[in-house]
Design a protein around this ligand. Structure first.
Ligand SMILES: *Cc1c(COP(=O)(O)O)cnc(C)c1O
Length: 236
């Protein structure tokens, strides 16, 4: 099946811009992460040729391989999959030589500490991270609960000097607005706990099915995959 990545990307960008306009927000406030998981390098290259510089990947090894093979140092790779603590240092070590890295799925102190430690090898640079929050309560979704998110964010701010807490992230149940509302509430709790203004904490929420709604609710980081790159095929 032919996928028109350039056109799809432009269309998603227009929809992001329109949603921002409708919400009275600046289009610069929302980052579009093009989720390229399972897709070949050629798809990423085509999006890159069309100006996209931010890509999301779910599997550590796949991200590491793609960052190296593409070799474009101005790409910002967002890791959005479950991260095991024993894979955290390797991810940092294997991606940072080739591009920028943001880890959106920090869900334990152990992972935060491992990432923080791994950054000692990259003198002076800090790693941007999000804390992943399970807003749907589904067992199958990873992430910490609301109370734990406050503790974990505080831990990162207080103890992980080489990490920068960018915000909170959720996947949510498809079509369930309560999950978006829950993340907005989470941001407020975290902001209160670490004594910052809520607008200084980003919200990573919104995927192909709900990114416009997520922007209306204040998302600053939408992660869109299939609408740009086509349906994923997990059969191979
Ligand atoms: C796959 C994935 C996306 C993108 O999903 P689409 O519905 O294809 O846009 C966004 N966020 C996460 C965490 C994902 O795993």
């Amino acid at each position: 099946m032919e996928v028109y990545i350039g056109g799809n990307l432009q269309h998603v960008i227009s929809r992001v811009e329109l949603s921002c306009k409708e919400a009275g927000r600046s289009a610069d406030d929302v980052r579009l992460v093009a989720v390229s998981k399972t897709k070949p390098l050629s798809f990423i290259k085509e999006a890159y040729a069309n100006g996209q510089r931010i890509f999301g990947e779910n599997y550590a090894q796949e991200l590491e391989d793609k960052a190296k093979d593409i070799g474009e140092s101005d790409i910002q790779w967002h890791f959005i999959g479950g991260l095991q603590s024993n894979k955290a240092a390797k991810l940092v070590k294997n991606v940072l030589p080739y591009g920028k890295l943001v880890v959106e799925t920090v869900a334990s102190e152990k992972v935060a500490n491992k990432l923080d430690n791994a950054m000692t090898n990259f003198d002076g640079t800090v790693l941007d991270v999000f804390v992943q929050v399970n807003t749907s309560g589904e067992e199958t979704k990873s992430g910490v609960n609301l109370d734990e998110s406050v503790t974990l964010c505080k831990h990162i701010v207080d103890n992980c000097k080489r990490l920068k807490l960018k915000g909170v992230m959720t996947i949510g149940a498809p079509g369930d607005e309560d999950c978006l509302n829950c993340l907005v509430k989470c941001r407020q709790l975290v902001a209160d706990a670490i004594c910052v203004n809520p607008i200084d904490i980003e919200l990573s929420m919104g995927m192909s099915g709900d990114f416009e709604n997520a922007i209306a609710k204040g998302s600053t980081n939408v992660r869109v995959g299939s609408t740009i790159f086509g349906q994923r095929d997990y059969s191979k």
